[in-house]
Design a protein around this ligand. Structure first.
Ligand code: CDP
Ligand code: ZN
Length: 164
């Protein structure tokens, strides 16, 4: 049967990166001063990876790792806004726009609230969206498990796509 043309599509993204010394901590395109950063093939931007997967997921497309394989030298050290922009292009090609987006960063450290507005404004610019439709939250992991023990950071994203 033909695929239904839905007026709305919901998507979810999740990403986690290991933290290590000697890497920059880049979240939502913003370089955040910290003793550790994300070990990754690209710039390790956990928020932008997660947003990319939320967009792709809403469209039932392959995930970020399938579209941008991390063994492809093309993406080595890549600035992750490339992934977001490519996902947005695939979205527009299918006739959708982003309604709103809600992200939850999970990090024991550093404190992210001082950076939330900068991260939000970067994301708004990347997605050409109004700040009222883009939300960034932060949580600790109550000092338990790898996130709580400052060995990793993670992010969840929920997104609503609206048919144009
Ligand atoms: O109090 P609750 O357990 O709900 O949350 P928490 O994980 O203790 O975080 C308390 C507040 O700190 C959050 O509401 C965030 O605004 C802020 N926070 C932050 O700025 N940076 C983090 N890495 C984690 C939390
Ligand atoms: Zn990632």
């Amino acid at each position: 049967a033909e695929a239904p043309t839905l007026p709305f599509r919901v998507g979810h993204g999740f990403d986690l990166h290991r933290l290590a010394e000697g890497y920059p901590l880049i979240i939502g395109g913003k370089n955040i001063p910290h003793t550790k950063g994300c070990e990754a093939h690209s710039d390790g931007d956990v928020l932008l990876h997660c947003v990319t997967d939320a967009i792709l997921g809403a469209l039932s497309l392959p995930d970020i790792g399938q579209i941008f394989p991390d063994n492809d030298p093309k993406w080595k050290g890549a600035s992750s806004d490339i992934f977001v922009k490519e996902a947005c292009k695939l979205m527009r090609d299918r006739g959708y726009t982003i309604g709103n987006i809600d992200c939850t960063l999970i990090a024991q450290k550093p404190k992210l609230s001082p950076h939330k507005e900068d991260i939000r404004s970067n994301l708004c610019e990347m997605l050409s969206m109004h700040p009222d439709c883009v939300n960034i939250k932060a949580k600790t992991h109550e000092k338990v498990d790898s996130i709580g023990e400052e060995r990793s950071i993670a992010c969840h994203t929920v997104i609503l796509l609206v048919r144009e």
